[in-house]
Design a protein around this ligand. Structure first.
Ligand code: GLY
Length: 436
């Protein structure tokens, strides 16, 4: 089979890495890819938003399956364009991708289908937003309706934060048309978890649980990022909670989307808050694999990824399909550029990847890297590399990933060392050790 993977991050590198192990995959293309992906696939100079060019390539090269990594091409209708040409694609079509593409749509959808989610109001003016904050109280969360490259969510804890958020959303209008409508949501506290399922329009197959850490600094301090690392299993979601999430959230979502004429195929990633460690509330839906959750999850996947992606794209999983997972835990540590998620410099030479991967169980996925004019590997993004590690027990996997992260060198390298601290406390309470 010929497969085209769309995207250029650590998530897409992990997907390409996993598909390259499939006996049925003969050729992999990636648009646009990155230098790490280029070691496994043919990278193409086509951007993720070049919908017609991507479909032209898939048609010309008789690509058997296109796997769409990021949300933007999904919301722009890449899957629809491919389907129009009778080409198979993994991911939701444009109508179904609105679950992530519009927070106003997804909130209204959850209300209609009785899916637990924090109370919220939709505002289009500053005056409406001021009233919404009064009604909902502080703390609350301002969310731009449309896609904002992971930056459209602002937590408002006090009056100073409120004034800053009002200025950002309604004065400076930093989110452009994505911020034409703003959702103001009651803030709930607890443990934030990611729950990903593969969907074929009707059925959901849960993937291994994973947890990501979004704050840039140790101790969950500093601004939110796309994710500084994570681990799988999540630990925060036990079997009973996973069942509750499936019954109360995932299944009604799939039924509701089908009823709305938007059957959902692809990965449904539900971002949840477990209030008081117990009741799950949906904070957001994403319509693609999480990054870096995918990296720590895929290194644990026992079986071939391809048949699951094909089943989802065709609208029917094989009978009895159920992904199997290695017993070992997976961890991911993101190496970011100094200043990220704010402004950062590019072009810093990177060394030490071979040292890091020399240790058994360590994998390095490229995210924001490029080749310089003289062929050297350099930094080219905020999240530069992801060091993933698989080992016995969560503490072992996390320690191995941190050890790998230490071996890689570039100017301004930053990474978190404390991920999983609370997860390991929970494990210790549960089992009397941090090893499971
Ligand atoms: N790790 C968060 C996300 O993929 O959206």
């Amino acid at each position: 089979m010929r497969v085209l993977v769309v995207g250029s991050g650590g998530r897409e590198h992990a997907i390409v890495w996993k598909l390259a192990q499939s006996p049925d995959v003969k050729e992999i293309y990636c648009a646009p890819g990155n230098p790490g992906i280029a070691q496994l696939a043919t990278c193409l100079p086509i951007g993720v938003t070049d919908i017609v060019e991507l479909a032209d390539f898939a048609e010309k090269m008789k690509v058997d399956l296109t796997v769409v990594g990021p949300e933007l091409p999904l919301t722009l209708g890449l899957v629809d364009e491919l389907s129009k040409r009778r080409l198979l694609a993994f991911g939701p079509n444009k109508l179904a991708a609105e679950l992530e593409g519009s927070k106003v749509f997804s909130k209204a959808f959850m209300r209609k289908y009785d899916i637990p989610t924090p109370e919220a109001e939709v505002c289009t003016t500053r005056a409406e937003a001021e009233n919404a904050v009064k009604t909902l109280g502080l703390p609350c969360v301002f969310k731009a309706d449309g896609l904002a490259a992971g930056k459209g969510v602002v937590i408002v804890r006090d009056e100073a934060d409120r004034d800053k958020a009002l200025k950002l959303f309604f004065g400076e209008r930093v989110f452009g048309s994505a911020g034409d409508r703003v959702l103001i949501e009651r803030c709930i506290s607890g443990d934030e978890v990611s729950f990903m399922v593969l969907c074929d329009g009707e059925r959901a197959l849960p993937l291994a649980t994973a947890k990501d850490y979004k704050r840039v600094f140790d101790g969950d301090r500093g601004p939110n990022t796309g994710g500084m690392g994570g681990h799988s299993p999540s630990v925060f979601v036990d079997a009973a909670t996973a069942r509750e999430i499936l019954i109360d959230i995932v299944n009604p979502t799939l039924r509701g989307m089908a009823e709305e004429g938007r059957p959902f195929r692809g990965v449904l990633y539900v971002g949840l808050m477990l209030e008081n460690g117990m009741k799950p509330y949906v904070l957001e839906y994403n319509v693609r694999f999480g990054d870096p959750e995918t990296q720590c999850m895929l290194i644990r996947m026992e079986d071939d990824l391809l048949p699951y992606l094909l089943g989802s794209a065709r609208g029917k999983f094989e009978e009895g399909a159920k992904p199997a997972w290695k017993k070992e835990a997976g961890a991911a540590v993101v190496l970011s550029a100094e200043g990220y998620p704010g402004p950062f410099e590019r072009g810093k030479p990177i060394e030490g990847i071979e040292d890091a991967t020399a240790e058994d169980g360590v994998f390095v996925f490229h995210a924001g890297t490029a080749k310089s004019a003289d062929g050297k590997l350099v930094t080219a993004g905020g999240r530069v590399l992801v060091v993933a590690a698989r080992a016995r027990g969560l503490s072992g996997a996390l320690a191995l990933a941190v050890r790998g992260a230490e071996k890689i060198r570039f100017d301004g390298k930053h990474f978190r060392r404390d991920m999983g601290t609370k997860a390991m406390e929970i494990l210790r309470e549960r089992t009397g050790s941090g090893l499971s």
